[in-house]
Design a protein around this ligand. Structure first.
Ligand code: GLA
Length: 653
């Protein structure tokens, strides 16, 4: 199923009918509207104009299109800001109020905004909740984007003080938990608690972690309340939210998604790759400049499926150059189709393109659409129409899920801990997790992303690239698991209040593997050292721990000075250092073989994923590639030779 993001308020009414007709002809089924239209829906406080919106919905519906309606809360209008200036958030890096004139200019802790956002959501849900052409709702828009989870406002400070009181009960408990005796940071009363921002130097990591948890809770509370309102007035309609890459939010995505029907994801592989891989040398990056890294889109698709606890939608798919990255190249011809098929292969039920037509005015005028602003057909049009045709040919195995035997354990708390306690420049949580994921994907295995609460019995290999805080419950589940467990450096090293564990790292994980982390060092990325595994040389880099092995623990790999770098005890491995990708590929390959997980040797830049009985193969390379002969079956799309940027789908016997 395909869809599109449309802004009727940007175009003359006389244009709408032709737009709707062309959308139908292009095979689109869903149209998302309304997420930034508050000033047109309510031009003055309490004065609503629904005539245009009624007409826009009717025009789309007349062509058989289904509408996904949004709450317009990402863009509070000027009159509302003037009425309640405390809606505006405060920048935590400068202490300056963030102004009106773009979007997401609201503070999750503003009681006035909470009331107003729920009011407008209720007004819309009441009016359109039972509309036969509205099939579902999107809450807000990219709720944590543009660094808006945190605010340094007075309202945030008061709400944080209350949150601390609820969490800790007494101020002495809080002082003790955070270690406030250090540097005389003790508080006598909750009303004295500051936000951990704008201090002379580093603030207490425990204080920072509490503030991150609080800020995330504020977003989740706001969002949950909105979902409740929609559900009350819009029965039997789905409720979703369009997430930004899950590693880029400062909000706990598992918590945010909990009350949604499914997760949606906004996929901008080129813009995001440009930002994510800015450290990558040009000669490595250039081949992916117009395709995105072969594992980058699927990294987010697999995370979306994990957070969704099932299938997901792509609510916005990049159709051409965007306007907001450091550099904004066009996709190679074929990539819009490839990304769309890849989304379906990794568990998407629907792909919507952003946007229908390039807009000639305001901030995003340089952002491509399916159509150009003169209404001619842009490059993406032809690829979307190819998708339409292919989707009618190929029976998508929608009811058949991606079945992964390998899981990566992920979660916001781990990310927060490593971002707060950086120990230098060498550790980047996102890159560490991505490296582990990419190594597994290069072996052709499907990967689920799970939280620590997930059922571990479904997997044969469970990898935690970074899990600094572990609970006794999690360790108990690991003890029951039949999977091989792999923990990356830093695992188990911290208490929930971001202190060192009493028994040295990996803390409670010593119940799974009796080792102790004696010391930790971080080193420059360009000063990597040799690490030996099975007589081959790899590299140890950036983060390196010295470990002491207990009885029965074996050394899997050694540092250049012959100390253990990777240790193993029964079905648990501990990797004490960050390593090169080649080591991860090699080690995971042998663990997969041991666990009976099939791997495959794929040509460079070719990726494979299986959904149900179907194997999907993607060629990210600018040259033709052959599909390995071991992948035999009936080709329902493409053939054994993949052209550059091409896709094949094989029905396996
Ligand atoms: C985001 C937003 C859209 C638009 C696009 C542009 O994903 O949700 O409103 O700004 O980016 O790429």
């Amino acid at each position: 199923m395909l869809g599109v993001c449309y802004y009727p308020e940007h175009w003359p009414e006389k244009q709408w009918q032709q737009d709707a007709q062309e959308m139908r002809e292009l095979g689109l089924k869903y149209v998302r509207i309304g997420e930034f239209a508050w000033s047109k829906i309510e031009p003055k406080a309490g004065k609503y104009d629904f005539a245009w919106l009624d007409k826009a919905i009717a025009t789309l519906a007349a062509e058989g299109l289904q509408v996904v309606m949004c709450t317009p809360t990402a863009t509070p209008p000027k009159w509302l800001i003037d009425q309640y200036p405390d809606i505006l958030p405060v920048d935590i890096n400068t202490g300056v109020t963030r102004g009106f004139g773009s979007r997401r200019h609201y503070d999750f802790s503003s009681p006035n905004y909470f009331t107003q956002a729920m009011r407008i959501s209720k007004v819309l849900a009441k009016r359109y909740g039972n509309h036969p052409s509205i099939c579902g709702w999107q809450t807000d828009n990219e709720i944590a984007c543009h660094d808006t989870t945190h605010s340094g406002s007075l309202a945030a400070k008061h709400a944080f003080q209350l949150w601390c009181q609820q969490q800790y009960g007494s101020i002495n408990t809080l002082n003790q938990a955070w270690g406030n005796i250090f540097w005389s940071m003790e508080y006598q009363d909750f009303s004295q608690i500051e936000l951990p921002i704008l201090a002379v130097t580093e603030t207490n990591p425990a204080h920072q972690l509490a503030y991150r948890r609080f800020s995330s809770d504020q977003v989740v509370h706001f969002h949950d309340e909105m979902i409740k309102i929609i559900r009350q007035y819009a029965p039997n309609r789905f409720v979703t939210h369009n997430f930004i890459p899950l590693v880029d939010t400062q909000t706990d995505n598992f918590a945010l998604a909990k009350n949604l029907d499914f997760v949606s994801y906004d996929n901008y592989p080129l813009g995001r790759s440009d930002m994510f891989f800015k450290h990558m040398p040009a000669e490595q990056y250039k081949p992916y400049m117009r395709t995105g890294h072969p594992d980058f889109s699927s990294y987010s698709f697999d995370q979306s499926r994990g957070v969704s606890q099932g299938n997901f939608w792509v609510m916005e798919q990049q159709p051409g150059p965007v306007n907001w990255a450091h550099h904004n190249p066009r996709p190679e011809k074929g990539m819009v189709r490839l990304w769309s098929w890849q989304a379906f292969a990794h568990g998407a039920d629907c792909v919507c393109y952003f946007r229908w037509r390039q807009v000639p005015f305001a901030q995003e005028q340089m952002h491509a659409g399916i159509k150009r602003n003169d209404n001619s057909k842009a490059a993406a049009w032809h690829e979307v129409s190819q998708m339409r045709d292919e989707l009618t040919q190929v029976q998508l195995p929608l009811e058949q899920p991606v079945q992964a035997k390998v899981a990566i354990v992920t979660g916001a708390h781990s990310q927060w801990v490593t971002e707060i306690e950086r120990q230098g420049d060498s550790y980047n949580h996102q890159r560490v997790e991505f490296a582990y994921y990419s190594a597994l994907r290069q072996l052709g295995v499907a990967v689920d992303f799970i939280s620590v609460d997930h059922d571990l019995s479904l997997y044969q290999l469970i990898v935690a690239p970074c899990l600094p805080v572990v609970s006794a419950e999690f360790v108990a589940k690991c003890q029951q698991a039949t999977a091989h467990l792999v923990f990356g450096p830093r695992s188990g090293a911290k208490t929930p209040e971001l202190s060192l564990v009493d028994n040295l790292g990996p803390g409670l994980l010593q119940q799974l593997i009796p080792i102790k982390v004696l010391s930790t060092e971080t080193i420059r990325p360009d000063c990597s050292e040799v690490m030996t595994y099975q007589t081959q040389q790899f590299s140890s880099q950036c983060w390196r721990e010295e470990i002491e092995l207990g009885a029965g623990v074996t050394t899997v790999a050694q540092y250049h000075d012959l100390l253990p770098a990777v240790a193993r005890y029964n079905n648990t491995s501990y990797i004490a250092s960050l390593t090169c990708d080649e080591f991860l590929i090699s080690y995971f390959s042998s663990l997969c073989a041991e666990q009976g997980i099939n791997t495959i040797t794929l040509p460079k830049d070719v990726r494979l994923v299986q959904r149900g009985q179907y194997a999907f193969v993607f060629n990210y390379a600018g040259k033709a590639n052959s599909i390995p002969a071991t992948l035999s079956g009936e080709f329902v799309l493409g053939s054994a030779t993949l052209a550059p940027y091409d896709v094949a789908i094989i029905k396996l016997p």
